[in-house]
Design a protein around this ligand. Structure first.
Ligand SMILES: [Zn+2]
Length: 258
């Protein structure tokens, strides 16, 4: 028998279903990521969608049926008007929603992840207009925190192999194994570590900063092009290695307003 439940969540993505229906992927506080169907009949979709098309925190009333969860009603709890009014900030929010969608599996409750996304919305809402370069750096920080929450926190201080602290300039980066490996371990077992890449101390500092500091702090560091490129390559290599779905775009491409 169908039952009704209520959940608070943020729409991550949407796709049309048959002629008139639409699926919404919603990150809920209570149940993790849930796919919900909005039925098109009886002008239902037209009534629901204004609350679901722009990034927002929404209360969902959902009929839990045998086959699908169907949206019966919505209340918008919180809107983000500054995000809606600025294309660069809207794009930045949409990029984070997309990464959250492809980086997570359904029905795994994770209040920490939900809070991270709320913090993200609040930070971008309060930020003044930002450059593409800064947007890319911020999104990299979001990706690092997301990776940490889903269980792939990269190791940035101790060698993955011998567990000793790495020395400046004397280590390499291995995304699939998840972090840094010291030079003597690489030299000792070149076959095992052949895929390890060079990474500068400056880029490693940016990765540490992006992972550990708040979103608001990400507005501070001076960004040098070469270090930023390395930072993005390292973050993207982690996403490609560990996300359930591989991102189609690079972070910088995703943040470019043409
Ligand atoms: Zn080592």
């Amino acid at each position: 028998m169908a039952s009704l439940y209520r959940a608070t969540g943020i729409v991550l993505s949407r796709k049309d279903h048959r002629e008139a229906d639409r699926w919404y992927s919603v990150l809920t506080r209570e149940f993790g990521k849930v796919d919900m169907l909005a039925r098109g009949g009886h002008k239902m979709l037209a009534k629901l969608t204004p609350h679901l098309e722009m990034p927002a925190i929404v209360d969902f009333y959902v009929v839990n049926g045998r086959q699908f969860d169907t949206i019966a009603g919505t209340d918008r709890l919180r809107a983000f008007p500054s995000v809606y009014a600025d294309a660069s900030r809207l794009l930045l929010v949409q990029n984070a929603l997309h990464l959250t969608d492809i980086g997570t599996r359904p029905n795994e409750t994770d209040p920490i992840l939900y809070e991270l996304l709320v913090q993200w919305l609040e930070t971008v809402e309060q930020t003044q207009a930002i450059t593409n370069e800064r947007a890319g750096f911020l999104l990299g920080s979001y990706a690092l925190k997301l990776l940490t929450i889903i269980g792939y926190r990269p190791e940035l201080s101790l060698c993955l192999s011998c567990k000793l602290a790495i020395e400046p300039g004397a280590y390499r980066w291995h995304a699939l194994k998840g972090g840094v490996v010291c030079r003597s371990c690489v030299d000792h077992d070149q076959e095992q570590w052949f895929a390890a890449r060079a990474l500068s101390d400056e880029a490693l500092k940016l990765i540490r900063f992006g992972m550990s500091e708040s979103f608001a702090s990400q507005l501070r560091p001076h960004l040098v092009g070469a270090h930023l490129s390395e930072y993005h390559e390292a973050v993207e290599s982690l996403m490609v290695s560990h996300f359930p779905v591989i991102p189609a775009n690079s972070i910088r491409a995703a943040c470019s307003i043409i």
